[in-house]
Structures are given as structure tokens and as C-alpha cells.
Write a protein that binds this ligand. Structure first.
Ligand code: C5P
Length: 245
């Protein structure tokens, strides 16, 4: 049984990050540690998580010319990350170069996940940067391009999961933020799904931050989320989630 929950450790403080990660060992499927942490602590700042043995999602959203992104992926290989994000908008050649760099890993090969359209951008923001296509169509176009270019999956919103699962097939990884248990505050997330709903819709992994990190007892909150995912799937006797049935 794979725990699909990656907890978003959104801090630049390595002491706080390690304290939180230590509490979550055995309660989550992995840790997502992103750009603010990387900029403050560098790749060497990730070494402290290795002893916990938790899968690591290095969410740094690389975007540059192919040669530079390939070099960045190579520089990240010593982290032994399970996932690294890159922007699909960098184009097919950039994604292929990144995939080739990842394939040269001598240890664990990091899976590359594409970022399509940032959810912070609405249709008018996209138009202002010259993207007139319908947002959903643009997400689908970039997801397929990512797949064709050798990426392992994409990050997508809960609202996109059903369509992208059908479009990209059963093996393409869908890493899904915007997840809220019914007992948690939505915060600034607008189009949310519960963990169970997202898994049943076809999400491969869930990114969950504040419902865990902001809880009085993060380990208890993480356990509750995991229990809800697995109990609900089995109770419904549905096998489409692939996580427990
Ligand atoms: O605290 P919360 O569960 O909202 O955190 C979600 C995490 O997923 C944050 O690290 C956030 O940056 C990230 N994320 C997101 N929406 C996206 C892409 C990433 O919330 N579309």
C-alpha cells in the first residue's frame, strides 16, 4: 500500500523543516520541499532529510534553455530525489534534455514532473502574455507535450484530474495539490477536492500542506488523512484508485 500524500514543507527554515519532517516520518508518503527552501539553503540543505528515508519531491520548477536545465537536473541528482518539477512551457527540447540528464543518474532516477499553466494565472493573465488558447486546452496540450517529451507526469489541479487521466493514460503521474479534507480550512485554495475524491478521480499523488503543517498535531492530521483515503476506497469497493483495493 503506497501512501500517496506528499506533505508540502513550505518554509525556508531548515530547523523547522526537519522538525516537521521528523514528526511526519511513517505518516506521509513523502515530503515536498520547494523553491523557497532551495534558495535559502541550496541543494546541500536537502541532505538533512536523507536520514528519514522519506521520498523527496524537489519542487523547483526549472525553466531555461535545454542545456542549462539539463545541467540543473544533473546538479540535483546527488539529492536522490524521487520527483523534480520543470516548466513544460520551456518546450519539448528542454524537457527531452532534462529527461536525458535524469536518465544518467547512477543512483535513483528522479521522476520529472511538468508544470503546465500556473493556477495563479487566469485567462486575462494568460492573454497578457500572448496565450490566447482556452486554459483547459492549453493544460491538455502541455500535458501531452510533456508525455511525448519523456516526462513522467505533471502537476495538475483537482479539476483537471479526470480529463488528464483519460488523455494521458494510466501510467502517467498526476501529482495533485489543492487538496483539503472536509475538516480543514480551504485557506487560499479555491477549487479543492478531498483526499479521497482526488484519489478516486485518478490522482497518483496528493500534495497537502497547511491541513497537516498548520494542525496542532501534524502527525495526527497526516494519519487521519491517510486513514480517510484508504478506509473510503476500501469501503466503496472501487478499484480505480490503485492505492489499496
Ligand atoms: O498548504 P497547501 O495544501 O495549500 O499547499 C499546497 C502546496 O502545493 C504548496 O506548496 C503550493 O505552492 C503547491 N501548489 C499549489 N497549487 C498549484 C501548484 C502547487 O497549491 N497549482
Amino acid at each position: 500500500m503506497i501512501n500517496p500524500v506528499f506533505c508540502a514543507i513550505d518554509t525556508s527554515d531548515p530547523v523547522k523543516a526537519l522538525a516537521l519532517a521528523t514528526q511526519l516520518k511513517g505518516k506521509v508518503g513523502g515530503l515536498k520541499v520547494g523553491l523557497e527552501y532551495m534558495m535559502a539553503n541550496g541543494p546541500q540543505g536537502y541532505a538533512q532529510f536523507a536520514a528519514l528515508g522519506l521520498p523527496l519531491f524537489v519542487d523547483v520548477k526549472l525553466h531555461d534553455i535545454p542545456n542549462t536545465v539539463a545541467g540543473a537536473v544533473t546538479s540535483l541528482l546527488p539529492l536522490q530525489a524521487d520527483f523534480i518539477t520543470i516548466h513544460t512551457g520551456g518546450g519539448a527540447e528542454m524537457m527531452r534534455a532534462a529527461a536525458q540528464a535524469a536518465a544518467k543518474a547512477t543512483g535513483k532516477r528522479p521522476k520529472l514532473l511538468g508544470v503546465t499553466v500556473l493556477t495563479s494565472m487566469d485567462a486575462s493573465d494568460l492573454k497578457a502574455v500572448g496565450q490566447d488558447a482556452d486554459t483547459a486546452a492549453q493544460v491538455e496540450r502541455l500535458a501531452l507535450l510533456a508525455k511525448e517529451s519523456g516526462l513522467d507526469g505533471i502537476v495538475c489541479s483537482p479539476a483537471e484530474v479526470v480529463r488528464l487521466r483519460a488523455l494521458c493514460g494510466p501510467d502517467f503521474i498526476l501529482m495533485v495539490p489543492g487538496i483539503r479534507p472536509i475538516w480543514a480550512a480551504a485557506n487560499d485554495q479555491k477549487r479543492i477536492m478531498t483526499p479521497r475524491e482526488a484519489v478516486m478521480a485518478g490522482a497518483s499523488y496528493l500534495v497537502i500542506g497547511r491541513p497537516i503543517t498548520g494542525a496542532a498535531d501534524p502527525a495526527e492530521a497526516a494519519q487521519r488523512i491517510t486513514d480517510e483515503i484508504f478506509a473510503s476506497c476500501c469501503d466503496d469497493k472501487k478499484s480505480s484508485c490503485g492505492c489499496c483495493c
